[in-house]
Ligand binder design. Structure first.
Ligand code: ZN
Length: 417
């Protein structure tokens, strides 16, 4: 029998603080949440103090106020990131705070706002908060993103239900996908982490030079992989050895491909919500690792804005493998939120790559990483390309080819890690 809602909500907060952030006694926590989940934020703060947090800094955002900013402030306002906000992010990252973001926004809260303002904001924030983002990219900062149900989001997911029913159903989906309904959720996540190791071990042992993707949507894309590339997944660990889960849920095994090598065409297989706007039915053509042509039936301007963030926003930063039978896909729910939807499908991301997906990458500076094939950008946008008939073939440097995915599923037997 399922525990009552309040007990499971507390269990979820505990799971996020203990497994997601793996918060240590005496550590600081920076919590970002939206005004539509204040109650849940309070639970998280209580759990953090229960775990021995030194202090919790809470930053609330409000999507309706954010929209008012974008509608009323001039473009140049977004080109200058507020100094106090940069100081907050950078100093807490420097002092070793864990960074927790709770996502609950209406996926389409910012539809129709001037995309140039969003791009300017992303760019300015990335520049001003360099220490903060470097701390994350170089494995010094523990960070975690998890979801919380709120009516506006829930009604996009379950449009035929009342706001109350939709919110309850979305919480249920969150609890299911994050294993909160298991008897011991924290232990269930440790087991989940271990379950990735055998597949990662197989992939890392292959040393593929490239992956070739095909399906009936029209995808025919070859992505070059880095010589010293590593497959990651199932959780992360800081350079100091603290295990944490950057995303809850997570079902993906991923790497950072060679920023200079991608050839062919890829079709999206699910709608993508980016910065509060919908992008749907799109394809991208890659030449020499760059997107050279693209089109979206819905939200082409949003796609255009993603590629305009900076010079290397047109290059790949991630390729991730998720079987078609992933529990999130099987739930049949389209969340309109990448945190969930990327775990239902093989996906790629343009923009920033992951230094920890390269041997020794976390000790390299930006130039060394770039030279080794890891992309550098102020953006990172995942988009879903998996389908029931997706085939992926691994190609080795000597030309040998080995099935990785057949008909949307793993095509190899995992090996002992
Ligand atoms: Zn991913």
């Amino acid at each position: 029998m399922k525990q009552d809602f309040a007990a499971r909500l507390t269990a979820y907060a505990r799971l996020i603080i203990r497994a997601g952030c793996n918060l240590q006694p005496g550590q600081e926590l920076l919590l970002s949440a939206s005004t539509d989940c204040v109650e849940f934020a309070r639970l998280l703060v209580a759990e953090a103090y229960q775990q021995g947090a030194r202090h919790v800094t809470v930053r609330f955002g409000d999507e309706k106020i954010a929209r008012l900013h974008y509608e009323n402030c001039a473009l140049e306002v977004f080109e200058h990131f507020p100094e106090w906000q940069a100081l907050l992010n950078n100093s807490l990252a420097r002092e070793g705070a864990a960074v927790l973001s709770i996502i609950s926004e209406d996926p389409l809260a910012l539809t129709g706002v001037d995309q140039r303002k969003l791009v300017a904001n992303a760019r300015a924030s990335h520049e001003a908060c360099k220490e903060f983002y470097d701390g994350i990219d170089q494995g010094r900062v523990v960070w975690c993103i998890a979801g919380a149900a709120a009516p506006a989001w829930a009604q996009h997911v379950f449009p035929t239900l009342s706001p109350e029913e939709a919110t309850a159903k979305l919480w249920e989906a969150i609890f299911n996908t994050t294993r909160v309904n298991e008897p011991d959720p924290v232990a269930a996540w440790q087991e989940h982490r271990a379950s990735f190791d055998a597949r990662k071990a197989w992939l890392n042992a292959q040393h593929f030079d490239a992956l070739h993707y095909t399906n009936s949507l029209g995808t025919d894309l070859t992505i070059g992989l880095n010589t010293k590339g590593l497959w990651q997944g199932g959780g992360d660990v800081t350079t100091a050895g603290t295990e944490f889960f950057p995303n809850m849920p997570t079902e993906e095994i991923f790497t950072t491909p060679d920023r200079l090598r991608a050839e062919g065409i890829v079709y999206s297989s699910m709608p993508l919500v980016h910065h509060g706007s919908l992008i749907q039915d799109f394809w991208l053509r890659f030449e020499g690792g760059r997107v050279t042509e693209y089109h979206a039936r819905t939200g082409n301007d949003v796609l255009e804005a993603i590629f305009a963030v900076d010079e290397d926003a047109v290059r790949l930063g991630e390729c991730a493998l998720v079987p078609w039978t992933s529990p999130i896909r099987q739930s049949g729910i389209l969340f309109y939120n990448t945190l969930y939807d990327e775990n239902a499908s093989c996906h790629l991301a343009v923009g920033q790559g992951f230094p920890d997906c390269l041997e020794g990458g976390q000790a390299m500076d930006a130039e060394e990483l770039k030279a080794a094939g890891v992309n550098k950008s102020a953006t990172h946008v995942d988009f879903m390309i998996g389908s029931a008939d997706l085939n992926i073939t691994g190609v080795k440097a000597d030309g040998a080819s080995i099935p990785v995915f057949r008909d949307g599923e793993w095509a190899f037997a995992p090996i002992d890690a």
